[in-house]
Design a protein around this ligand. Structure first.
Ligand code: MRU
Length: 367
């Protein structure tokens, strides 16, 4: 897998600014402290929380202060930098033992998005490659690597946006599910990055946002981001997507991904599979936009992807109030698998992958 060692961006955000971009970002790294925009409170309150320990960052990921596969990978990397700063007075042996313990805790925060494990392993490889470094130098090295991971993610989004925008229609409704925007990445977004690039190139796109029960990423986050950027967006309940497809009001679907298996099966927010089936039934293209870091070559098919199940409260409550019949049993799987045969193209920063995905993914990972 492609990996650039510590690039020299003074700040990853410069990449966005240079392009004149106003996309929201979910994190800040300042004075060796991590700050996260609390996504549980959006769109009504914009509150930044400060983090000083790896444990607290892992809990923030588990509790959805920050969410979205690339964003949790980047944030986990900074969490592991905080671990190294906490341990910088230890000797190297004790540093590594305790750091690996924190890494295990971090990786367990959310199981489906492979970016979390990918980012933590990338930092661990830096430690393995530098047996000569003392703990202070290791902390500095990991900080540079985390900044690189963040910068590379923004660059990947800008690149996949420019590849993917050509696939979207000149005008009309484009459906998205969940939030795969600036909030879910280092900035700019994957699915919303493609939409941003298409709109910048002059296409007259109206985003149709599924509300995305139960956490309402579409209603709360996608709608907020797009309104903030002046991009036309209309909110629908999840069950309305098929009806609008039948009425030809949706010309294409584009979503992000939490993990893509080696055969092209895609794990994404619960409800994505249903949208993909509806798109196929209505002859509408279904696109997945994701950085190469979301492809997991060790997972051969979607069946092997662990699917997170969260507690019942998200389902039985609405805006903090219980709405379901008391005593009802609840299932709350928060991701599903879209089989590769329903995916029209996978848009990455290395180019647009088309079926058959096995060889296309293999070639992409060998670049
Ligand atoms: O539970 P979430 O909000 O973390 O789920 C997020 C998604 O499913 C996104 O579509 C995916 O992570 C891609 S984000 C670029």
């Amino acid at each position: 897998m492609k990996e650039n060692v510590a690039s020299d961006h003074s700040s990853p955000l410069d990449l966005l600014c240079k392009k004149g971009n106003t996309s929201v970002v979910p994190l800040r790294w300042e004075g060796q402290r991590l700050y996260l925009l609390d996504q549980r409170l959006l769109p009504h309150e914009e509150v930044w929380l400060e983090y000083r320990s790896a444990r607290d960052v892992a809990r923030a990921i588990r509790d959805m202060v920050v969410r979205g596969a690339p964003a949790i990978g980047i944030v986990a990397a900074f969490g592991m930098v905080l671990a190294s700063l906490e341990l910088s007075n230890d000797n190297r042996e004790s540093f590594i033992e305790k750091w690996l313990g924190e890494a295990t805790f971090m990786v367990q925060a959310r199981p489906t998005a492979v970016n979390l494990k990918w980012a933590v392993e990338r930092l661990k490889r830096q430690i393995d490659r530098h047996p000569e470094l003392g703990t202070d130098d290791l902390a500095a090295l990991l900080e540079k690597e985390a900044i690189s991971i963040w910068a590379e993610d923004i660059q990947a989004n800008l690149d996949l946006g420019s590849y993917g925008q050509a696939l979207l229609p000149e005008a009309g409704g484009v459906l998205t599910h969940c939030n795969a925007g600036g909030l879910a990445t280092g900035g700019y977004g994957t699915a919303l990055g493609v939409i941003r690039a298409a709109v910048s190139s002059g296409k007259k796109i109206e985003v149709i946002a599924d509300e995305t029960r139960p956490w309402l990423q579409g209603a709360r986050l996608t709608a907020w981001e797009l309104i903030r950027d002046g991009i036309a967006v209309t909110l629908i309940v999840d069950g309305a997507a098929g009806f609008l497809m039948q009425r030809k009001e949706i010309k294409a679907v584009i979503v992000g991904a939490d993990r893509i298996a080696a055969n092209g099966d895609v794990a994404n927010k619960i409800g994505t599979y249903a949208v993909a089936e509806l798109a196929r039934a209505n002859g509408i293209p279904f696109y997945v936009a994701a950085p190469v870091s979301t492809i997991d070559p060790e997972t051969h098919t979607g069946n092997q992807i662990p699917i997170e199940e969260r507690g019942p409260r998200e389902v039985i409550t609405f805006a903090g109030k219980e709405v379901a019949a008391s005593g009802v049993g609840v299932r709350n799987p928060v991701f599903d698998i879209t089989p590769h045969c329903l995916v029209s193209a996978i848009i990455t920063e290395s180019g647009v992958l088309k079926p058959p995905y096995g060889p296309a993914i293999h070639a992409c990972l060998s670049l």
